[in-house]
Design a protein around this ligand. Structure first.
Ligand code: CIR
Length: 250
């Protein structure tokens, strides 16, 4: 069983952090509809969806992925790189505490969950504007028995803006943002459109944004089963599909 933790869209979302995009109006009603459809897709993929208590005053709180890294053994509560996001972690730690031993990333470390890609016992952590060496070192100490590697990413917010899992040994990747040689023993599929590298692999299917039909064709041609999801509104906040949930094996 997989539990998918999600969090409500805050009405303050218009004040979200932006790094690579210009601010555009977010249609909150549409965003909420899309978020509910995303949660339904997670439920259809066999997840029990649990909403963490909302944080209406924290504009990026829907992007719950950034607040914690969860393995079968431990929940590492992140210290987000953006100061405006630090208040997001407490309620997530409370929600995860009954399920996992909790470890906190401490100052001066910073880490966003969006910078952490885990496939089995292999963990890559992006050195980004949000995640620093101390954060990576603390994560390595917390994840004993995992092979934790820091990797360089450039020109995007997080590691998972550049590469995500789409199959047991298959990754979807933007070769302009990360060196493909980092993943030498994995099968790689390259994106066909900008911003198309973020897919959510869950229970053998892949939730994938409607916005990237050419990359979707490539994925289908490689035998990947896709569940199309409209994420147009969170995309304006530099969010995507992995960002809106934390998956926990029950
Ligand atoms: C931020 O800049 O922190 C948010 N506006 C977007 C976070 C997206 N999270 C993710 O990709 N894991």
């Amino acid at each position: 069983m997989t539990i998918a933790f999600t969090r409500a869209l805050p009405l303050t979302m218009a004040r979200c952090e932006l790094t690579h995009l210009d601010r555009q109006p977010i249609d909150l009603e549409r965003a909420e509809e899309q978020h509910r459809a995303y949660e339904r897709a997670l439920a259809d993929a066999g997840c029990e969806v649990r909403r963490v208590a909302p944080a209406p005053d924290l504009p990026d709180s829907v992007f719950i992925e950034d607040t914690a890294v969860v393995t079968d053994e431990v929940a590492v509560i992140c210290r987000p790189g953006a100061e405006s996001r630090r208040g997001e972690t407490e309620a997530v730690a409370e929600a995860l505490a009954p399920l996992r031993r909790i470890v906190h990333i401490e100052a001066p470390g910073t880490i966003d969950g969006g910078d952490v890609l885990r496939v089995g016992r292999r963990v890559w952590v992006g050195r980004s504007g949000r995640t620093n060496e101390s954060g990576i070192e603390q994560l390595r100490n917390a994840l004993r028995g995992y092979d934790v590697r820091g990797v360089d990413v450039s020109g995007c917010l997080h590691l998972k803006s550049a590469v995500t899992q789409v199959g047991e040994r298959t990754l979807l990747l933007n070769p302009e943002r990360i060196d493909r040689n980092v993943f030498d023993d994995f099968d790689l599929i390259e994106i066909a459109e900008p911003y198309a590298a973020n897919a959510l692999y869950v229970n053998g299917v892949v939730l994938y944004p409607l916005a990237f039909p050419r990359t979707a064709d490539r994925l289908r041609a490689a035998g990947v089963e896709l569940v199309p999801v409209d994420a147009s509104e969170v995309a304006k906040a530099e969010g995507a599909l992995t960002c809106c949930s934390i998956l926990v094996r029950a």
